[in-house]
Design a protein around this ligand. Structure first.
Ligand code: SAM
Ligand code: SF4
Length: 429
């Protein structure tokens, strides 16, 4: 979501004459878009600003802006601790960015803009055009969360759950498609809680499915409680909806799920898994795991390992529990760090094993790849499989934006390597 937000921030400042530069020394505005989901984010911000300071020691300083969730959570402290920061602006306020920059230029006074104003932000987003030039694009449809899992900072930094208007999302999807986008990933902290009057995520997927130039549709991140029947049913209808379901479970133990206030059980999750697999046996699952949550004992941890073995999750994320200020779990007694690290290593090995096996099983097979770009000046191209795995292969410029068959020759944990079937056939002939 921060990638989507950063692009919309560029679309915004363009309106008052700023453009993107990769050269730090020529910046007039240095804007850091930040994430607060796990620890160290705040320290990273100070570290980055230290780097900018060094670069501008003998030059006129740029306007320094900290945006995103760290700004939202640490606004006052940041302005006090680091005088080099000029503006802090929260994730629901960046539609006010241009006026804040202008205000700063006029008054040279530090500014703190961290109100939750999702409705006017989304109204504003509807007006500026999403200028992405990529083959695959994100599209935010929902933000914030009302679920309050005990470990999570999202309800505090992104605010309450809010869904964008159905029509405006479809307009943005059409605009993206007219501009060459072939794959859309619908985004939200609780993307499957999307609700605009009677429209749900399933309706959005089916509407976007009708756009001829859109070849693939994905959505992330879902919550098991919102995996409703209509959404599951879309997998029987849409050919463009990819067969990888990213559905965070966090732990394999009901006890830990209760301690986390997740409001779902392992059996609920298994029901969703079984239903989807019975619809389409090609569907694979990926997930998020929190390891070493306060109260997780060896038995709970082993239950997580068993779940990973039975569902054979691919492409998953696993993190050690990180206490976030202001959340219910922040004051709980942490479990020994060494134990957490050992458990994380075991979980990651299990997850990597699944991934390696999955990738290995594709060697010598032909798979569908959406070609995204050429890799620098080489003859190699980059694309993704239906399961989001990176594919590097010998291909052609005219394949960019198309789904082509690639014969896989080699694989490792994260990448598949191959050759475009068309090229292969041409060479053999
Ligand atoms: N809404 C989704 C759900 O509930 O399933 C998850 C979205 S959350 C923004 C992304 C992931 O960050 C979570 O699934 C969780 O694994 C991880 N996460 C959030 N807070 C964390 C914390 N305090 N420590 C470690 N990981 C955390
Ligand atoms: Fe955070 Fe997801 Fe829980 Fe909401 S449902 S509090 S975003 S982990």
């Amino acid at each position: 979501m921060n990638e989507y937000d950063s692009n919309r921030i560029f679309d915004t400042v363009k309106k008052i004459g700023f453009y993107k530069t990769e050269k730090l020394e020529e910046t007039n505005i240095y804007l850091l878009n930040t994430c607060h989901i796990r620890d160290k984010a705040k320290e990273k911000v100070y570290h980055e600003i230290g780097r900018v300071k060094k670069n501008f020691r003998s030059k006129k300083k740029p306007i320094v802006i900290v945006a995103g969730c760290v700004a939202q959570a640490e606004n006052e402290e940041m302005l006090k601790r680091e005088p080099y920061i000029d503006i802090v602006i929260g994730p629901q306020s960046y539609h006010k960015l241009n006026s804040k920059i202008e205000e700063y230029l006029n008054k040279q006074k530090k500014l703190d803009e961290t109100n939750f104003d999702a409705i006017s932000k989304f109204n504003y987003l509807d007006e500026i055009k999403n200028s992405t030039k990529k083959i695959s694009s994100f599209l935010t449809i929902q933000e914030g969360c009302d679920k309050f899992c005990n470990f999570c900072v999202v309800p505090f930094t992104r605010g309450p759950e809010y869904s964008r208007s159905f029509d405006k999302i479809v307009d943005e999807a059409k605009f993206l498609s007219d501009n060459g986008v072939c794959e859309i990933t619908l985004l939200g902290q609780n993307v499957n809680a999307y609700k605009d009057n009677n429209y749900r995520l399933s309706d959005l997927i089916l509407e976007i499915d009708k756009l001829p130039e859109i070849k693939r549709i994905r959505y992330t991140t879902s919550h098991p409680r919102d995996m409703s029947g209509d959404l599951i049913n879309v997998y029987t209808i849409s050919k463009k909806l990819m067969p990888l379901v990213h559905l965070p479970i966090q732990s394999g133990s009901d006890k830990v799920l209760r301690l986390m206030n997740r409001k779902h059980l392992i059996s609920d999750y298994m029901k969703i898994y079984e239903k989807l697999r019975s619809i389409n046996s090609k569907i694979e699952f990926s997930s998020d795991f929190i390891i070493g949550y306060p109260g997780e004992n060896e038995e709970d941890f082993e239950a997580t390992c068993d779940l990973i073995r039975s569902i054979k999750f691919i492409n998953s994320f696993s993190f050690i529990f990180s206490p976030r200020p202001g959340t219910a779990a922040s004051t709980l007694k942490p479990i020994d760090r060494k134990i957490s690290l050992k458990r994380l290593e075991k979980v990651q090995n299990l997850l990597f094993e699944n991934q390696i096996k999955m990738n290995k099983s594709l060697e010598e097979k032909e798979i569908d790849v959406l070609v995204e770009n050429k890799i620098n000046e080489s003859t190699k191209f980059f694309g993704r499989s239906e399961y989001m795995t990176s594919v590097i292969f010998d291909g052609n410029d005219q394949d960019v934006g198309n789904i082509i068959k690639v014969k896989i020759n080699k694989s490792n944990q994260n990448t598949l390597f191959g050759e475009s079937l068309k090229d292969l056939e041409r060479r053999v002939a």
